[in-house]
Design a binder for this molecule. Structure first.
Ligand code: HEC
Length: 194
């Protein structure tokens, strides 16, 4: 055993293995191409088709046939963030719906306010407000708008008669798409509180 030993060990070893180059078969490349084209074509073909993946039904359509729309739930979801769960509003910022002479007033008047929105000064229960109430025409169907108003007009001790969805449809026929009302415009168009 001498200094030759390490050299012999080197002779025994094989060269480093290296990966053989094997090209991807042409038909695999062609198939990937076909799949990409199919994918693009599928999207292009469906542009403008109604979306069926998500659930785009309104609350009314989702409810079991014949089931009434839940006005209280709609109030919680759509109105209570500003007018507060108690309907009392926020002094100086959001007027109350509870005890409001507007909310309990002419049904066509409240339909107008909620359908199209309201801006500018308004006095509610003796307090002056100057804010902006968003329109709900795009968020609530006529059935839903009627249901949420009917709930609010009888909640918290309010005493207003229920609102029928036919009234909302009449409103839409009469005024089509218009912007937010001002109190002056409301006074010229509907019976309004003092
Ligand atoms: C983003 C906040 C906001 C939301 C959400 C909101 N409101 Fe209002 N609402 C206001 C403001 C602000 C006013 C006062 C507007 C003004 O000063 O001209 C108002 C005024 C009103 C009025 C007339 C005054 C009164 O207090 O009676 C009614 C009726 C009303 N809202 C009903 C509703 C209903 C119903 C909903 C839900 C469908 C709703 N609001 C959702 C902010 C909101």
């Amino acid at each position: 055993m001498s200094s030759h030993e390490p050299q012999r060990a080197q002779h025994r070893e094989y060269p480093e293995p290296s990966e053989g180059g094997r090209p991807v078969p042409w038909f695999v490349v062609a198939w990937i191409g076909v799949l990409i084209l199919w994918g693009i074509g599928y999207y292009a073909w469906h542009i403008g088709w109604p979306l069926t993946g998500g659930d785009s039904r309104t609350a009314v359509e989702q409810a079991a046939p014949g089931a009434a729309v839940d006005g209280e739930k709609l109030f919680t979801a759509q109105c209570s963030a500003c007018h507060q769960p108690t309907g009392q509003g926020v002094p100086g910022t959001f007027p109350p719906l509870a005890g409001s002479e507007w909310m309990q007033g002419d049904p066509a008047l409240v339909v107008a306010i909620v359908h199209d929105g309201l801006q500018g000064p308004i006095t509610v229960a003796g307090e002056e407000y100057q804010g902006s109430m968003p329109a709900f025409a795009d968020k609530l169907s006529p059935d839903e708008l009627a249901a949420v108003l009917s709930h609010e007009r009888q909640a918290w001790g309010n005493e207003g008669e229920p609102v029928d969805s036919a009234l909302v449809k009449k409103h839409e026929e009469r005024f089509a798409e218009r912007g937010a009302w001002t109190v002056d415009e409301l006074r010229n168009t509907f019976p309004t509180p003092e």
